[in-house]
Ligand binder design. Structure first.
Ligand SMILES: Nc1ncnc2c1ncn2[C@@H]1O[C@H](COP(=O)(O)OP(=O)(O)O)[C@@H](O)[C@H]1O
Ligand SMILES: O=C(O)C1=C[C@@H](OP(=O)(O)O)[C@@H](O)[C@H](O)C1
Ligand SMILES: [Mg+2]
Length: 169
């Protein structure tokens, strides 16, 4: 059996990578993995605590390692954290994989994220920070994606069905 993910999900915080990834994996009958969960297991603490105790740079180091490990070993659906594509090493590692960009515009992302609970980068001024992050990262998501699926105004199940259609092509 292949050890490559059937699909890697990238996109901004609030695009639904974790939620849609779980629905997609269930629909396909494969395992779901989220690098944020792997990082929390590696560090032995939740992501906000990693940011407080060791800082973002350390989180990014763990994230590069978690993504590389999962790309090499996870045969199911893989969701990355929204900032994983900031690393050139990770963008290079994604070449050759089936990478779906879940796109979301600011209004839906803000509604879904709320006050940014559990997302340390969005703890202060979530709307303005999210706007900045989305503008900074949009070209990076486009660079790594082999397909883009629009999520605004759609349910996770509808989005998962769209991704399944993409995977059949
Ligand atoms: N298509 C959607 N429509 C409405 N709410 C959604 C949708 N996708 C995700 N959500 C909600 O938005 C929040 C963030 O979703 P999540 O899957 O954690 O996004 P990501 O992993 O991309 O940051 C969660 O509360 C989730 O229930
Ligand atoms: O955008 C980011 O830099 C981050 C997004 C989060 O994942 P989600 O995109 O799943 O929220 C998580 O990896 C961490 O809080 C940093
Ligand atoms: Mg997530």
């Amino acid at each position: 059996m292949s050890t490559r993910p059937v699909c890697v999900l990238v996109g901004a915080p609030g695009s639904g990578k974790t939620t849609v990834g779980e629905a997609l994996a269930a629909a396909l009958g494969v395992a779901f993995r989220d690098t944020d969960t792997d990082i929390e297991e590696m560090a032995g603490k939740p992501i906000p605590e990693i940011f407080v105790d060791e800082g973002e740079e350390h989180f990014r180091t763990l994230e590069r390692a978690a993504v590389a490990a999962a790309l090499a070993s996870h045969p199911g659906v893989l969701a990355l954290g929204g900032g994983a594509v900031l690393a050139e090493e990770t963008r290079a590692a994604l070449v050759g994989h089936t990478v779906v960009h879940l796109s979301v515009e600011l209004p839906d992302a803000v509604k879904r994220i709320g006050l940014g609970a559990g997302r340390p980068l969005l703890a202060l001024n979530p709307r303005a920070t999210l706007k900045y992050l989305m503008e900074q990262r949009r070209p990076l998501y486009a660079e790594v994606a082999t397909a883009t699926v629009v999520t605004d105004g759609r349910t996770p199940e509808e989005i998962a069905a769209d991704i399944q259609a993409v995977l059949k092509h």
